[in-house]
Design a protein around this ligand. Sequence first.
Ligand SMILES: *Cc1c(COP(=O)(O)O)cnc(C)c1O
Ligand SMILES: [Zn+2]
Length: 419
Amino acid sequence: MIIAELRCVVCGRSYRPDEVAYTCPVCGQAGTLDVCYDYDALRRMVAREDIERSPDRSMWRYRALMPLASEAAVPPLTVGGTPLYDAPRVASALGLAQVWVKDDGRNPTGSLKDRASALIVARAMAEGIRVVTTASTGNAAAALAGLAASVGLPAVIFVPETAPEAKIAQLLTYGATVLLVKGNYDRAFDLAVAAAERYGWYNRNTGMNPYTLEGKKTVAFEIAEQLGWRMPDAVVVSVGDGNIISGVHKGFRDLHALGWIDRIPRLIGVQADGSAACYQAWKTGADPATMEPINAQTVADSIAADLPRDRVKAVRAVRETNGAFVSVSDEAILAAIPRLARESGVFAEPAASAAYAGAQAALAEGVLSASDRIVLIVTGSGLKDIRSAMRVAGSGHPVAPDIEEVEQVRQALGLPSLR
Ligand SMILES: *Cc1c(COP(=O)(O)O)cnc(C)c1O
Ligand SMILES: [Zn+2]
């Protein structure tokens, strides 16, 4: 699709897509860019029914609404097309009218980040770029490494050396060059920027590259189509850098501008108490553009960010949809892992179970009400961080290979015998 312009979210200046690759030259890193389209032209070119007829179940069924030339090749891994489960036991446990669980842990590398990396790799191929790079707490890196491997593109990854080992295992297995940064995500981010600058590599850094969000917005397209274009009352999603919630917002804004949906749901952003910069800015009415970094600490590594890179768009997403931010404790995030799993069968990593904990908090605070119908986005698979899951999963029952020991366990647990 043809991009009309890139517009700075802070100063409103517009740029041609060939003029600027990353953030606003005037505003610096706070000035992330919106990818803007000519919706009148788009409306004439594509209809909802065209999409509904597409046999492609992946995110590329929406490629007419994405910033990629129509003839451009896309990576072969199947990204998107993830299930949206009606989860009545989650709804009744939380005390909500209806809850759907969007299981984006089902993507090829196990997180929603694949949507962004698929588009970035497709754009890199179209432009003949030979090396891609990113900083990441783990999932964006795994996504870039996997998608790059699928097309034979070298990837250089900057991760904090403390990233969960499953994520580092993914990077190494996909054959990426992995730089284990002695420092946190924010230090890794700056190092990736410096390396991309120095060597001319294409930088996928979240919130800096305007196109990651354009890939992530496809999760909103899928939710809309899976619900028959009838909007839920709210969508609850966790927030670290704020790129996913901004992508969800952009997806719904695109559909609204096209007249395919009649309203945009409220967006509820969930942060961890130890990494709650967007929550604070929203609550105090502070200008997110001029925020100072905090020292983020949370068990949910994928949402730890000292200075959320897409904070301006994230706060805008919540303000413009009359949504809210909520902040939840690490204990609540961990406790939500087995609850969500037992009530829906979906196993989430901490940053994803945070959405469940956030819905609980939102109800307790009156941000959501019992009559609401909501979507929880599960952004990453529980297999990403087994250590966290094991802290709350309980333990097994050691037995000798002897049926009488099974009998003792059965009696102790009160499990029925069906004989
Ligand atoms: C990246 C990520 C998030 C947060 O997305 P942001 O764009 O950083 O706000 C949440 N959950 C998971 C599993 C992630 O990988
Ligand atoms: Zn600007």
